[in-house]
Design a protein around this ligand. Structure first.
Ligand code: HEM
Ligand code: FPP
Length: 312
């Protein structure tokens, strides 16, 4: 796409041949919430809520999870509004509702802002204001720090901006306890450290897309070899960090053992990424990253020392 058409897209009007004639459907607005990515975000938030000491009435717990889902999805919608120019250029994102002309940019922005405010207010009024404040910070961080400030400026965009996606377990924890604690900071750090290998694995085989869109992702700016070395650093640091919930008593030995085995598997895959050329190993590493985080948080729930989900 030329510079001019990028500017047109940013101004809200895509080139006319790209604009669909059909009306926006509910599904198009749901797609703005990035439901597949957000499913794991919500799961980690839910896990934070279940492993926190104390208990929350099941209805309030459901409201808290809903608020995390809506607040995170709303941030995704605002991200799609801001990134509509680059989304139209990249193969992976071309099919999204805004570049397809299915949802008008202004409607997507209004939808995202309305849902963000709704989620934060509902969390504050129904659950507590500590959880609401953390939800607001995560939402604003993803929109302003990651999307608007860093994404187009620095290859460290996802290291710093990735903090947004690390908030959910802390939000879930605060929904129960009304506060932030060392244990919830450890859960935050786990996702924070996991994000670079998760994303850089994908960016290794999507580097062409990012280059075309002018986004300075690490493989584009520093090359594949430097990206792989940085991935290894975070993957290795993640291993001892992932055992901390057991050491702190948030989870039991079963969690600790599975975290160690899965962590060694993550490091092993990363070493394969370093050794091998081509897309196969990075694709496996990306898929494994999702499985890894899902299994770790599932085990946290099952092997939680507090287990308040059993005695609501
Ligand atoms: C700055 C941080 C992050 C970046 C830049 C990032 C980037 C991405 C990208 C580009 C994709 C591909 C999406 C697509 O195919 O359209 C993806 C997929 C995914 N991400 Fe992340 N991610 C980040 C953090 C997270 C976090 C915190 C979670 C959950 C805790 C997460 C969970 C997922 C999941 C589940 C998928 C697979 C979605 C699918 O199957 O289509 N990501 N991520
Ligand atoms: C309120 C709250 C809990 C927010 C959570 C925010 C969150 C889940 C952040 C994760 C980051 C994410 C999905 C990045 C996608 O990168 P990108 O936007 O560059 O990906 P794209 O190229 O697919 O649009």
């Amino acid at each position: 796409m030329s510079e001019t058409s990028i500017d047109m897209a940013k101004a809200g009007g895509l080139p006319s041949e790209d604009v669909s004639q059909r009306q926006a459907a509910v599904g198009d607005f749901i797609a703005l919430l990035k439901p597949r990515v957000m499913s794991l975000v919500v799961f980690t938030g839910f896990a934070g809520l279940l492993v926190a000491p104390g208990s929350l009435h099941p209805v309030l717990a459901a409201v808290a999870v809903l608020c995390i889902a809506v607040g995170a999805g709303a941030a995704g919608a605002i991200n799609m509004w801001y990134d509509r120019d680059i989304d139209a250029v990249m193969k992976r994102t071309q099919g999204r509702p805004i570049p397809q002309g299915l949802v008008a940019p202004d409607d997507a922005l209004a939808f995202g802002i309305t849902l963000s405010i709704f989620a934060v207010m509902l969390m504050g009024l129904a659950v507590n204001w500590a959880a609401a404040a953390l939800l607001a910070i995560a939402n604003l961080f993803y929109v302003f720090v990651y999307t608007i400030w860093l994404k187009r400026r620095t290859p460290q965009n996802i290291v710093i901006g990735g903090a947004a996606g690390a908030f959910p377990p802390m939000i879930g924890w605060a929904a129960v306890t009304g506060s932030v604690s060392l244990e919830s900071i450890v859960l935050f750090s786990l996702i924070f450290m996991w994000t670079p290998p998760h994303f850089w694995a994908l960016s290794l085989y999507r580097a062409g897309d990012y280059q075309k869109a002018g986004i300075p992702m690490l493989p584009v700016v520093a090359g594949a070899a430097a990206t792989k070395r940085q991935m290894l650093l975070y993957t290795v640091l993640l291993l001892p960090l992932s055992i901390l919930p057991t050491l702190l008593g948030t989870a039991g030995y079963l969690y600790g053992a599975v975290a160690a085995v899965m962590g060694l598997g993550f490091v092993g895959l990363c070493l394969r990424v370093l050794r091998e050329e081509g897309e196969r190993a990075p694709k496996q590493m990306f898929a494994y990253s999702i499985l890894y985080l899902f299994v770790l948080f599932a085990l946290l729930i099952v092997d939680s020392a507090n287990s308040n989900w059993l005695n609501w």
